[in-house]
Design a protein around this ligand. Structure first.
Ligand code: ADP
Ligand code: MG
Length: 342
């Protein structure tokens, strides 16, 4: 079977996949964690790896759902100030989330959930809360008020968390591990715009990942990746336009309780770990260009990550590790790309 060009378009990214005269891959689209996930695996164990992955995804979704009364996060959020024990997977995700919160000075903060609800981002019934309401809700936020000993988590009463900013990326890590354990050496995992690549394309060349133009149709750039994750947070993913004509999106600045207006409209983190990249993409979006640059210079050796940032005025910035793998695309083909160096 010949597939010349297969373009898949989900929330944040577009993937090109071409396989010349090779075997057809095993493919499956799963709806989980509020998004469509498309898993593509090449090789003889692809189908098995995909069904094992599906099971894992559904297991993780059941742990982290904020609305399912049987989920661990639901129990954590309704613990009434008492310690709640969590499973290993949840513990690992919480540790990652808190670690990045510390490193980013709280740009990432899983306690924003009650404020996200107030804005309607959890239901789609959007509204602009008044400042007093936000100020009141901000009194019950701040990840530093949470007690977590690696097994038990204790939230102060009236606190609620959601792991929406990190869960999909972490799931990508789990799924790519399952792929490898099943002997799959070439796979493309699109978890609602969180991209995780296993190995190269079957023809031995890197995967090409398109980054969605935050201002309109098409792409602003293409990344060539192997064995890496690319996770994008964008102001165009979930948003509404208020009666005041302003656009309000689903990533909040934990300092203000309002949509983060840092000057960045799209932030992509690239690295080995999807979980880390997911945590960082949200953080970079909140921090803005200058702080993100400082953060990368300070932590870029310790955490494996590179970034692609697009500013609201259309500027594209990449870190030097992506110089060979990033190409501007479409309307941006002739754009000058700023390279951030150590
Ligand atoms: P997406 O999930 O749309 O790909 P993100 O990874 O950036 O994008 O996660 C956004 C989600 O994270 C929001 O829908 C919300 O649940 C949660 N969230 C919003 N702002 C923050 C924040 N500052 N820190 C942690 N979580 C946040
Ligand atoms: Mg994220």
């Amino acid at each position: 079977m010949r597939k010349n060009f297969l373009a898949v378009f989900f929330s944040a990214a577009i993937i090109f996949s071409s396989c010349a005269l090779g075997e057809a891959p095993a493919e499956k689209t799963v709806f989980a964690m509020d998004t469509y996930m498309k898993l593509t695996a090449y090789g003889s164990n692809g189908a098995e790896a995909i069904s094992a992955s599906e099971e894992k995804i559904s297991e993780l979704e059941k742990l982290w759902s904020v609305t399912d009364e049987k989920s661990e996060i639901y129990s954590v959020n309704h613990g009434g100030g008492k310690p709640v024990p969590v499973s290993n997977d949840t513990a690992e995700l919480l540790s990652l989330s808190f670690e990045i919160s510390e490193m980013t000075d709280g740009a990432l903060d899983c306690t924003m959930y009650p404020i996200l609800k107030e804005w309607g981002f959890t239901t789609g019934e959007y509204k602009i809360p008044d400042d007093e309401k936000i100020a009141k809700l901000l009194e019950n936020t701040g990840y530093e008020n949470i007690d977590f000993d690696g097994v038990n988590i204790t939230l102060p009463a009236d606190f609620q968390i959601d792991l929406g900013a990190v869960g999909k990326g972490f799931t990508g890590d789990m799924v790519s591990q399952i792929m490898r354990e099943n002997g799959v050496t070439s796979a493309l995992l699109d978890l609602g715009g969180n991209i995780q690549t296993v190995g190269n394309k079957p023809d031995g060349t890197p995967w090409k990942i398109g980054l969605r133009n935050p201002f309109g149709d098409g792409l602003f750039g293409v990344l060539e990746l192997s064995d890496k994750a690319a996770v994008t947070s964008g102001g165009y993913e979930r948003y509404f336009v208020g009666e005041d004509g302003e656009t309000y999106w689903h990533i909040l600045d934990p300092e203000t309780g309002k949509p983060a207006r840092s000057g960045i409209i799209s932030a992509t983190a690239v690295g080995k770990s999807g979980g880390v990249c997911d945590a960082l993409s949200t953080s970079l979006f909140v921090m803005g260009l200058e702080k993100s640059e400082e953060f990368w210079k300070r932590h870029g050796n310790q955490i494996d990550f590179e970034m692609v940032l697009v500013t609201e005025d259309g500027g594209i910035f990449i870190t030097e590790g992506l110089e060979e793998s990033f190409t501007p695309n479409g309307d941006f083909s002739a754009s000058e790309v700023g390279v951030i160096r150590k």
